[in-house]
Design a protein around this ligand. Structure first.
Ligand code: SF4
Length: 276
């Protein structure tokens, strides 16, 4: 006998999946489960947004979460490398935690997002044929070629509707969702502590979210991999402060003189930190 179909809407709380969810419901398309995978690393405004959506649509959003929290996996879990890689030569075969994600090592996506989601869906698949709605925007078609988006029973309604990322944001705004301005401040809204975010977004985090920035410094002090492009979090902070000084002095950023003075400043700060 065929299993009954269960329609699951993957919901990250961002603009694309919010637009997808709202339009699915507005068009009367059946959605049985709204699934949010909580990394614990979203901006407070994003968690507020999720609660607001829940209230407005009058539906419960099912939340799944990895059993281990970010800090444990990031800084305390004992990890032994299986192969002698370049990183092993640099940092040793034994490590405390996975540390900051890198372009080729996004462990957090796998452990904090994919695995909890897949475990939940796997459980459902014992009883149902699960049809999943995934919020990839029409102008992100390159993501469709990824293996995870080519699984059977996955639908991409935003692509079918031709809704781009900008359309999704406008659609949500028309319905009163503004994420307290996160999309105006940041180029990309994802985990607030992501080392893969742009320098410009790190600058906004430093200036506008001092509590999160302090947490970022605490985590950075607990780990072994450099946060971003050769900068620790404290060095990024020193760079941003130095940029302010430089601009106040009426000088231009991103010039040879700027980078040379910045290098000197960081070297002086580094030397004085090592003497303490
Ligand atoms: S946004 Fe960054 S920190 Fe968050 S899961 Fe993805 S790679 Fe990891």
């Amino acid at each position: 006998m065929d299993k009954p179909t269960l329609r699951v809407c993957s919901f990250s709380g961002g603009k694309d999946s919010t637009a997808m969810l709202l339009r699915l419901l507005e068009e009367g398309i059946q959605v049985d489960v709204i699934l949010f995978c909580d990394t614990g690393l979203e901006f407070p405004a994003l968690y507020d947004h999720i609660r607001k959506v829940e209230r407005n649509i009058g539906r419960e959003i099912t939340t799944v979460k990895c059993a281990d929290d970010f800090e444990y996996l990031f800084a305390r879990k004992k990890i032994t490398r299986k192969r002698k890689t370049q990183n092993a030569a640099r940092y040793g075969m034994e490590r405390n935690g996975y540390s900051w994600a890198g372009p080729k090592m996004r462990w957090c996506i796998e452990l904090l997002k994919n695995q909890p989601r897949e475990q939940f869906l796997q459980h459902l698949r014992e009883e149902y044929t699960v049809l999943e709605y995934v919020g990839i925007a029409a102008d992100e078609a390159y993501r469709l070629s990824r293996k995870c988006n080519q699984r059977p029973n996955v639908r991409h309604p935003l692509v079918e509707w031709g809704m781009t990322e900008a359309d999704c944001l406008a659609y949500c705004k028309e319905r009163g969702y503004d994420w307290s301005g996160l999309y105006e401040k940041f180029h990309r809204v994802s985990c607030w502590c992501c080392p893969l975010q742009s320098l410009a977004d790190c600058r906004v985090l430093y200036r506008d979210f001092p509590d999160l920035w302090e947490q970022l410094k605490r985590w950075d002090a607990m780990t072994w991999r450099t946060f971003k492009d050769g900068y620790s979090v404290i060095q990024l902070e020193q760079r941003f402060d130095f940029e302010d000084e430089w601009l106040k002095a009426g000088k231009r950023l991103r010039t040879k003189a700027f980078y040379s003075a910045l290098r000197e400043r960081l070297a002086v700060n580094n030397a004085s930190d090592s003497n303490h």
